[in-house]
Design a protein around this ligand. Structure first.
Ligand SMILES: N[C@@H](CCC(=O)N[C@@H](CS)C(=O)NCC(=O)O)C(=O)O
Length: 226
């Protein structure tokens, strides 16, 4: 039986935050990506144990089902030694991670301002001003906060060692870097420390190998913050 099974759509999306943690921990995993299967398991209530509403969903050892990306991340972080040391820092890490997920959700919403359930490509013209506004203004407020958070610690990561929050920050920045409306050059000029963090994570050997391997099945779309 596979220790880790990830149920997610055939795309990078929120699933990538989970995949990168598995990569960094040196774990292999199985995926269910077929949309019919994904729906059957989630909305159809066919996962083992506690039901899950929306993907991504992690099934651990065939019996434990966890949904909600931040919850899955924190669970894996506990297994993989990717939590900060004290209970207080664990709570602070959760706040930071949830704020990053607020950013992801808000960014994504701007791509679907006309119809949340429709594809961005079918509402391009309508949504463009909202996306631009988000990338020019809100993004900088969030990044300013992430930057201040990173500067709390003089080291290389958000906390003393690498934690799951560093993984979220890294992939969130990959998403921004690939996004057609975000000005990466301006971001690198304004937030050099955040960019050093991104470079450090990007140079991680396990991440580098993953990115050139067949295990990385889905590339970033460059829109939709997914
Ligand atoms: N807060 C959840 C959001 C999950 C979510 O919105 N998943 C999307 C894909 S990234 C989905 O397929 N949602 C289906 C639905 O909400 O019915 C998380 O962070 O995991």
């Amino acid at each position: 039986m596979t220790e880790f099974k990830l149920i997610y759509w055939p795309m990078a999306g929120r699933g990538e935050y989970i995949r990168l943690m598995l990569v960094l921990a040196g774990k292999d995993w199985q995926e269910v990506n077929d949309p019919t299967e994904v729906v059957k398991l989630t909305k159809g209530g066919q996962t083992p144990g506690f039901p899950a509403y929306a993907p991504p969903v992690l099934v651990h050892n065939g019996s434990l089902t966890i949904s909600q990306t931040p919850s899955i991340q924190e669970y894996l972080a506990g297994l993989f030694g990717m939590l900060p040391e004290s209970a207080a820092e664990v709570a602070v890490a959760r706040s930071l991670n949830l704020t990053m997920h607020d950013f992801i959700l808000e960014g994504n919403l701007n791509y679907h301002m006309k119809d949340f359930h429709a594809d961005y490509l079918d509402q391009k013209e309508y949504t463009e001003p909202f996306i631009k506004e988000f990338c020019d203004k809100r993004l900088f407020l969030f990044f300013d906060y992430f930057d201040r958070a990173l500067k709390q610690n003089e080291g290389e990561y958000m906390f003393a060692g690498l934690t799951y929050v560093d993984v979220t920050l890294y992939h969130l920045m990959c998403v921004v870097k690939s996004d057609q409306f975000c000005d990466w050059t301006k971001i690198t000029q304004k937030f050099p420390k955040l960019c050093q963090h991104w470079q450090r994570m990007d140079a991680n050997e396990k991440i580098k190998q993953y990115k050139i391997s067949e295990k990385m099945k889905y590339k970033l779309q460059g829109y939709s913050f997914m």
